[in-house]
Design a protein around this ligand. Sequence first.
Ligand code: NDP
Length: 312
Amino acid sequence: MEISKCLIIGAGPAGYTAAIYASRANLSPILFEGTQPGGQLTITTDIENFPGHPDGITGPALMADIRKQALRFGADIKSGTVTAVDFSKRPFEVTVNGADTYYAHTVIIATGASARYLGLADEQKYMGLGVSACATCDGFFYRKRTVAVVGGGDSACEEALYLSNIAKKVYLIVRKPALRASKVMQERVLNKENIEVLFNCNTVGLFGEEVVEGAKLVENKGTANERILDIAIDGFFLAIGHNPNTEVFKDYITLDKDGYIVLQGNTSATNVEGVFAAGDVADPRYRQAISAAGMGCRAALDAEAYLRDNDL
Ligand code: NDP
């Protein structure tokens, strides 16, 4: 039976950075990339706040660079999705694609988070027919059309701005009376002439013959001024945050009420000794590429110390 010293699950900034550090520490890590190699950054546009890139860099280019850096030091990067784990056994058992079993003395979970949906039946009905959670993937199809983005955070503002350069008009549907995004993003959105922000609005449904042709909103819900509002749109983009990808680990790993992995003190350790976590999967607060990368570094250093302390 072949046992890896370090098995990394996830291919975003956290996973790849963990792979760089683990390779350089001679742990010969295996990393499984899952269904979205490069993670969420591969579906964003320009990254302007990753140190070392004064002129900005695209998400895919940044991830390709970090991946290349991990390969340079010998990380074994494999495609494949981890479908089950058994953290009650030593070494740990990890099943990939429901078929292949791998064994490891340490595991670093860096599976990130996935886009959240409102939970409307219409989102399923029109999935791929006007509903999307990725403006940079699908924005191209809405050239000179009208689209809506839901959300009031940095992601929603970023998506709205991106789409405003492609579409004729962009509605930003915000459930509260204010945006939550950083000041600079708020200003950009509010100053963009073809973005209209609809504050105090909740989406209750979508309509259209075969594809999305409009959205039904409720404005000022529960107040004397409540009214129903139909807007004509061709595309409906979700940008209301993310859910951590922890389903596979929930039988073993302690999660918080929102499903994020709970870390022990100021470390990357989970409740299971030898299992560490890094990046958005364990970070409901900062969720930045650079903080995820930092967490990946810490997880690899913690894994290395654990192996040393346990003579593994
Ligand atoms: P956030 O959690 O910051 O924002 C989510 C937004 O969606 C909020 O406005 C929230 O409304 C709204 N929302 C949530 N659920 C619903 C719902 N059911 N119906 C309607 N609206 C809903 O998520 P983001 O993805 O925007 O950002 C995550 C993190 O990543 C943040 O820390 C952000 O700063 C960061 N980020 C940074 C970027 C940058 O620096 N360039 C770019 C993108 C993200 P409400 O305000 O009412 O809660």
